[in-house]
Write a protein that binds this ligand. Structure first.
Ligand SMILES: NC(=O)c1ccc[n+]([C@@H]2O[C@H](COP(=O)([O-])OP(=O)(O)OC[C@H]3O[C@@H](n4cnc5c(N)ncnc54)[C@H](O)[C@@H]3O)[C@@H](O)[C@H]2O)c1
Length: 297
């Protein structure tokens, strides 16, 4: 019976994951090495709960109960010591995640399920550094977590069936739709999304069409809510590049080779929304989409 959840990493995804578990009635310990991130996460969760109240989908009492289910700690070992389920959402870096999982494995109780929210790192590789590979699984939430319905559940090579069933069940308790896949590079979400984004960037680079035209074709023609270039800016071009490199090296197939333009933009520090410039220019702070001067005809 799962009651206590520890969420490792209080960034963009960690605060959202902590939010949805706490709102569903679980006791959540949010852990981050950086105490400022913990303060910021509680502030963000509180603001997002206020937004739910203003939309009429949550009451003040439910907000108070949600915040009451949350506690924060900066020490990983103590933070996981009572967990029934750990969901790791720390920075996307293989060495770091392997180190974190070794430490979680040493300190989490026997029977505790160890899940990771990684976008691209092998679940099987992470499981292999623990003494309980059967209890390790991918639980890939989408951004923004309180809004997006999907949880991509990734079975590592040795993930036990009962562990997968528990994670499917708990995802439903959060009001999410679980979807089970196996552990190969990019899983399903990014294996399909990233080549599409890459192809959009290659088409732009070859001069087939401009930024707005590419995004408009995909928005109006395919009913995508956002064009692939705008989406890349939102995800972060550095993140897109690193996932493409995982696909490229994982499959050894040139079809996943990242566009040279993408590589150049990352080198130039044009990472999208977070640096205020990518394919679009976000420096004005308004919602209006303005193509970056670099790509203006
Ligand atoms: N951002 C997205 O859209 C998105 C979507 C799906 C999955 N993911 C995955 O979620 C994970 C987190 O991504 P994010 O965007 O929230 O990153 P982020 O940079 O916003 O947050 C990462 C947090 O991890 C913390 N951290 C680093 N080392 C730690 C340690 N040793 N112990 C505890 N905390 C530590 C950092 O202080 C930071 O607060 C990554 O694996 C990423 O691939 C991200």
């Amino acid at each position: 019976m799962i009651k206590n959840i520890s969420v490792v990493g209080a960034g963009t995804m960690g605060n959202g994951i902590a939010h949805v578990f706490a709102q569903a009635g679980f006791k959540v310990t949010l852990i981050d090495v950086n105490p400022t991130q913990l303060d910021r996460a509680i502030e963000t969760i509180s603001k997002n709960l206020d937004r739910q109240i203003s939309k009429g989908v949550l009451t003040e009492e439910q907000k108070a109960a949600t915040l009451n289910n949350l506690s924060v700690v900066s020490n990983l070992s103590t933070g996981v010591s009572f967990a029934d389920l750990v969901v790791e959402a720390a920075t996307e870096n293989t060495e770091l995640k392997l180190k974190i999982f070794e430490e979680i494995d040493l300190n989490a109780p026997q029977g505790c399920i160890l899940a990771t929210n990684t976008s691209s790192i092998s679940i099987t590789q992470i499981a292999a550094v623990t003494k309980r590979p059967g209890d390790v699984i991918g639980m890939h939430f989408m951004n923004p977590v309180p809004v997006m319905k999907l949880v991509e559940i990734i079975n590592g090579y040795g993930t036990k069936r009962e562990v997968t069933n528990t994670i499917i069940d708990i995802s439903r308790q959060l009001g999410k739709i679980p979807c089970e896949v196996n552990d190969y590079p990019g899983f399903i979400a990014n294996r399909i999304l990233m080549p599409m984004i890459n192809e959009a960037i290659i088409s732009l680079h070859e001069g087939v069409a401009g930024v707005e035209e590419i995004d408009t074709v995909m928005k109006l023609g395919m009913a995508h809510p956002m064009g692939p270039l705008q989406l890349a800016d939102f995800i972060g071009l550095d993140v897109c590049l690193s996932i493409l490199n995982v696909l490229y090296s994982g499959f050894g197939n040139p079809k996943y080779a990242p566009s040279a333009l993408l590589v150049n933009m990352v080198r130039a520090g044009k990472l999208g929304v977070k640096t205020k410039e990518g394919f679009y220019d976000y420096s004005s702070g308004t919602k209006e989409l303005k193509v970056s001067s670099f790509f203006k005809k």
